[in-house]
Design a protein around this ligand. Structure first.
Ligand SMILES: Nc1ncnc2c1ncn2[C@@H]1O[C@H](COP(=O)(O)OP(=O)(O)OP(=O)(O)O)[C@@H](O)[C@H]1O
Length: 233
């Protein structure tokens, strides 16, 4: 299942000594992180240890107080807000635990939305979207609205939407957290298969070992510090 990443390949995202303080709370206390193109890395650790803060820093959503963070060799801190948001739109994809689909739009319109926002015409965007729904094995839901489908189906549609722009990094924060174990495993299988076929790296935040088992490598965060478990594929 795991695909080998050439050992010498430069990291796509690389974080060193990240620190982030929220008032008196230290969310990150010198966290390190590195991911290579196409690699799937699970970020594990107890509740409140700093996993989501790390993911938000890596994705350029939260600015760390200090530390170094590079994407494709470029310092994120040196980018303007505009450059960082362009990066999020064009190079990054996101899947969260809940509530990501627009309820008024059909599933195919939801998946096509990021392409439509980037200026792709409706027909081409929906053709691409239907291809992703097929890959996630939910093609038959194209015309349905999110309120008419199950939680597991909704997550598959959300994964399709996150990959439709062909991001280089997919950030997934507890993507199966709201699903039962059978549905969760199927979503993880499809998510990792689809990301691998698109050659997207995946930063997967989870507290479940069963979910982390789909990764190439695990990082454990404790008290804002990270440790590479190097469970080599
Ligand atoms: N926006 C914020 N404002 C204040 N404190 C915050 C904020 N975000 C996170 N924290 C605090 O920082 C610490 C790390 O939180 P974070 O959400 O990163 O942990 P986590 O490991 O993702 O937790 P969980 O598994 O419960 O989601 C916690 O003590 C949290 O309360």
């Amino acid at each position: 299942m795991n695909r080998q990443v050439p050992p010498g390949e430069a990291p796509l995202l690389h974080a060193q000594e990240l620190r982030k303080q929220y008032g008196a709370t230290t969310a990150l206390d010198g966290a390190e992180f590195s991911i290579r193109p196409g690699e799937v890395v699970a970020v594990m650790g107890p509740s409140g240890s700093g996993k989501s803060t790390l993911l938000h820093c890596l994705a350029g959503i939260v600015t760390p107080d200090s530390g170094s963070l590079t994407y494709d060799g470029r310092q994120m801190a040196a980018m303007s807000d505009r450059e960082r948001s362009a990066l999020r739109r064009t190079e990054f994809g996101f899947v969260f635990q809940f509530g990501q689909l627009v309820p008024e739009l059909s599933c195919v319109e939801n998946v096509a939305l990021p392409l439509r926002l980037a200026g792709t015409g409706r027909r081409a965007a929906e053709r691409e979207a239907n291809g992703w729904l097929e890959r996630l094995e939910v093609a038959e839901l194209a015309g349905k609205r999110p309120g008419e489908i199950s939680g597991g189906q909704g997550q598959r549609v959300a994964v399709a939407r996150s990959l439709v722009t062909r991001p280089r990094v997919l950030f997934a924060d507890e993507p199966t957290g709201a699903l039962d174990s059978l549905n969760g495993e199927r979503v993880m299988e499809l998510l990792t298969e689809a990301a691998r076929s698109a050659r997207a790296a995946v930063v997967l935040v989870t507290h479940e070992a069963r979910v982390a088992a789909y990764s190439d490598r695990e990082i454990v965060v404790r008290d804002g510090r990270s440790r590479d478990m190097a469970h080599a594929a």
